[in-house]
Write a protein that binds this ligand. Structure first.
Ligand SMILES: Nc1ncnc2c1ncn2[C@@H]1O[C@H](COP(=O)(O)OP(=O)(O)OP(=O)(O)O)[C@@H](O)[C@H]1O
Ligand SMILES: [Mg+2]
Length: 242
């Protein structure tokens, strides 16, 4: 109980003639409100796993339950709706709409997804998000005119607009310098602590992974190690790196 992700025997084979066994039967349970990282070498299967968890791709074999729903049974349309309602994504390349303002980038997914909340509520949410992300001063700028760190914060804001249960992030700071990387992770932490959002973060950077509460290591399509960082798991006042 309390598991928001229950993956069993997750297998992914790419290709037909030249087969790549990217995932070879992964069991992964994630509890509500966990803050965990997935690490592993390039090609080990991290993105493949995250894409399955995010319903961006289907497993060749295995079952997946998210927030109590057996997502393998959902139709394409139901999967899209489920993603909209429960999941948020942050990618290495932020995929913003360059010609639109920061604020519009936050509001856009809701417009497209036919959000039930009123426009007023969505705008209020966007403004709250802009404050949280320290983007209040640039909210009317074209997203193309922002710095890399600012762009990534917009992408994070966009992923949080619909109050997802789970945020899935694939190398979210892969293109950022140390200062912006720290800012992104302290933001994730804040959201995690304030709203109880579950975070699953793929990174190849062990020093980043060590700031999360649980580290799942993938190697050659299998989970090699799964360790809890107990000493860090206490929320709140962890010492900041100088
Ligand atoms: N669409 C695809 N078609 C064929 N093979 C793929 C595809 N996507 C990934 N693979 C293969 O599956 C394996 C796992 O890839 P994956 O992208 O999951 O690795 P990763 O751990 O995310 O690596 P990186 O750290 O470089 O992002 C690799 O051998 C890769 O070449
Ligand atoms: Mg990857």
């Amino acid at each position: 109980m309390g598991d928001v992700i229950v993956g069993q025997g997750l297998t992914k084979v790419y290709g037909t003639t030249h087969k790549t066994h990217a995932l070879k039967g992964v069991d992964l349970n994630v509890q509500k409100q966990e803050f965990l990282s997935i690490i592993g070498q390039s090609g080990s299967g991290k993105s493949t796993l995250l894409n399955l968890l995010g319903l961006l791709d289907r497993p060749t074999e295995g079952s997946l339950e998210l927030v109590g729903t057996d997502v393998g049974r959902l139709s394409k349309r139901e999967r899209a709706a489920f993603r909209n309602e429960h999941l948020g994504f942050v990618f290495q390349f932020h995929h913003l709409l360059p010609e639109f303002s920061v604020r519009e980038n936050l509001l856009m997914p809701g417009w497209i997804g036919g959000q039930r909340a009123s426009l007023g509520a969505a705008r209020a949410r966007a403004d709250e998000m802009l404050e949280l992300l320290d983007l209040g001063d640039v909210k009317d700028k074209r997203s193309n005119d922002l710095s890399g760190g600012q762009k990534q914060r917009v992408a994070i804001g966009r992923s949080l607009m619909n109050s997802p249960d789970i945020v899935l992030a694939d190398e979210p700071t892969g293109n950022l310098d140390t200062k912006n990387t720290e800012q992104v992770y302290s933001l994730f932490r804040r959201v995690h602590e304030e709203w109880g959002t579950t975070f699953v973060i793929v990174t190849h950077d062990r020093s980043i992974a060590e700031q999360t509460d649980r580290i799942v290591e993938v190697r050659d399509g299998r989970i090699e190690q799964d360790v809890r960082n107990e000493h860090l798991a206490t929320s709140g006042s962890r010492p900041r790196t100088p």
